[in-house]
Each structure stands twice: as C-alpha cells, then as structure tokens.
Design a protein around this ligand. Structure first.
Ligand SMILES: [Zn+2]
Ligand SMILES: [Zn+2]
Length: 345
C-alpha cells in the first residue's frame, strides 16, 4: 500500500510499504477514504515532537472496514467508520476511571514510538486496534469531512469547551481560529452562549468563525479592550485558548470575569509565566489536558441530528502523492488560506 512517511526532520515522502494487516483478534483494517492533516502532523515533521522517524503520519481518518479480527462482533465489513486519534483499550486502570487519554496500552496514530508506535492514517489502509470499542459508525447522511472532524479537531475543541463552560447563556471567548479553535466555537453553540467571541488575526478564519456560530469577532493583536467593550466591562465567563502563544494566554487570563474559567488546548512551544497573585484575586479556574476522546459518539449524534456541521473547516483537498508538497507549504508559508486539508488516498 502507499503511505506518507515522515522520513527525516522537515521532510515527508510517499512510499510503498507492507499492507496493514490484522495483528490481534481485536483489530480491524479499514480502507482509508479520507484523512486530514493536523497541526500536530506539522509538529512531528518539524522534528520537535518526537525523536524517531520513518513512520506513517496521520491520525484523523474516515474509512470503510475491509477486514475484522475474530473478536470484533459489532461491526460489519463495508461499514463506514471513524476513530478517535488516540486508540485506547477501555479496560486498563486509567480507562476504567474514564481517563482514556492516559490508557496504559494506548497512544496516538502516526506519532512514532513515543506515542505507542501505531501506524498513521495517511495511507491507503489503517490498522485499528481495540476496534470494537474504538470505531464509531458514520451514518450515511454524515459527510466524510464531519467524520474527520470527530477524529480530532472537534473532539479536542469540545473537550476545551466542556471544561470551561459550566452552564447555558454564558459569555465565551475563543482565542485562535485554527481548526481546533473553530471547532471549539462550533461546539460551544450547543451551550447557547449569550456571546460567543472569536479572536484571530486572519480575516478568512474570522469569516468561517461566523459561519460556525461566533456572534462577535475580534481581529486585534491585543483584544483586551474590545473584549471589555463587548462584555460591558464585565469580562467573559469562559475563555478557550487555542492559539498556544504567551501573549494570547495573558490576554485570555485578563479577559475573564471573576471566577471565570480558562481552558488551554493550544500548546505553547516554550514555558510561559503568569501572575498567580492576580489570578488568585480574580478567582481563576484553569484547566489544561489531553482531549477526552470519550464523548466522540455524542458528538457524532449531534452531527447526525443536524445540531452541528463542522464541514466549513475543511477548505482544501489533495491526493496522497501531492501531500508532501502540501505539507511543505503548510510548514513554510503563512498566507496559503488553508484551514484544514483533506487527503484522499
Ligand atoms: Zn489531529
Ligand atoms: Zn486503557
């Protein structure tokens, strides 16, 4: 089968590799219909996330089941499915506590040995471990793009929202309108916020943010003043930082109303410092962590019922053969206009 390999730092290439095959009775093999490029793929390729090379990239996938291990009884060959980016066993001590992101036998597809050594989805076929519990059936009327969103961006965005938004009718600000930020905005609409404010510097992304449900958009390097104006000087009840830069982190803290909640799901490259005494005075509630992949089925139900439609995030499509050039573009250029790219192997 053909697959996109992270070859050396800064480079990817398409290679012919051995077919994905069943290794355990709990496995499934899928023919990949579509797989999307994630910001973390670019982190891997830049060489700053994992030390090893030579593995198949990718962890966001929708595919059709080609073969099932003997223990997988709840799916049929031919079913269209998606998966969480992080396979988890469902039975270890962490999984039994509901901490699927910390599964002792889990990891992340396409991120090398550091993350469990699971081959990635940027390939013609993918092996899915723990398939009976890890696969999510995609209803016929749900698009490939929506299924791809569930396999990372939307689940991650939803995780940040769930940790910061405590009740309906609140005021929410999302900092950074990449795929995860846009997904957080979109998922936050479920909470019927009084104000849902999108912050980014790229006009096209703010336009999509409006499509995804933002009531207000701010295009400013320092959004504090504008946030105070929009909230009548009160500040926001919940902030979700999807930007991963220190200036935004500070602005997010400063934008919060007393006893406000901040979720950090954008990962800064370097340590950041902040004023804990000020946070104490304001009663800051801060959460960060890996997205909880548990609610993926609930999110699929929202999409199937028409409550969510994240397809506008996916605004570019390519083939496996052209993926190395696209990845290079995404890593080196800023004005490519691509929010999220789909590869159809
Ligand atoms: Zn991803
Ligand atoms: Zn586990």
């Amino acid at each position: 089968m053909k697959a996109l390999i992270y070859s050396v730092p800064g480079e990817t290439e398409v290679r012919e590799v051995p077919d994905a095959v069943i290794q355990e009775p709990t496995d499934a093999i899928v023919d990949v219909i579509a797989t999307s490029i994630c910001g973390s793929d670019l982190h891997v390729v830049s060489g700053d996330l994992v030390p090893d090379t030579g593995f198949i990239l990718g962890h966001e996938m929708v595919g059709r089941i080609r073969e099932l291990g003997s223990a997988v009884k709840n799916f049929s060959v031919g079913d269209r499915v998606t998966v969480s980016p992080a396979p988890y066993c469902g039975v270890c001590a962490s999984c039994r506590r509901g901490n699927y992101a910390h599964c002792q036998f889990g990891g992340v597809y396409g991120c090398g040995e550091t993350y469990g050594g699971f081959a990635g989805s940027h390939a013609e076929r993918l092996r899915i471990p723990f398939a009976a519990r890890d696969m999510i059936r995609v209803p016929d009327h749900v698009s490939d793009e929506s299924a791809l969103a569930i396999s990372d961006a939307l689940t991650t965005g939803a995780g940040g929202v769930t940790k910061a938004v405590t009740q309906q009718g609140r005021t929410i600000a999302v900092f950074g309108c990449g795929p995860v930020g846009l997904s957080a905005i979109h998922y936050a609409t479920i909470w019927k916020p009084a104000k849902l404010i999108a912050i980014d510097l790229v006009p096209e992304r703010l336009e999509i943010a409006r499509q995804m449900g933002a009531t207000d958009v701010i295009s400013a390097a320092d959004p504090r003043e504008e946030l105070q104006r929009i909230t009548g000087g009160v500040g926001v009840d919940a902030a979700i930082d999807c930007a991963g830069v220190e200036a935004t982190f500070q602005a997010a803290i400063d934008s919060l109303a007393p006893e406000g909640f901040l979720s950090i799901i954008g990962i800064p490259h370097k340590p950041v410092s902040f004023d804990i005494a000020g946070a104490l005075r304001n009663g800051l509630n801060l959460w960060t962590g890996l997205a909880d992949v548990g609610p993926a089925q609930t999110i699929m139900d929202y999409i199937a019922d028409g409550l969510l439609n994240p397809d506008a995030i996916f605004n570019h499509e390519t083939t496996l053969d052209e993926a190395p050039a696209l990845i290079k573009t995404l890593m080196t250029s800023r004005d490519h206009g691509i929010v999220k790219a789909v590869i159809r192997p």
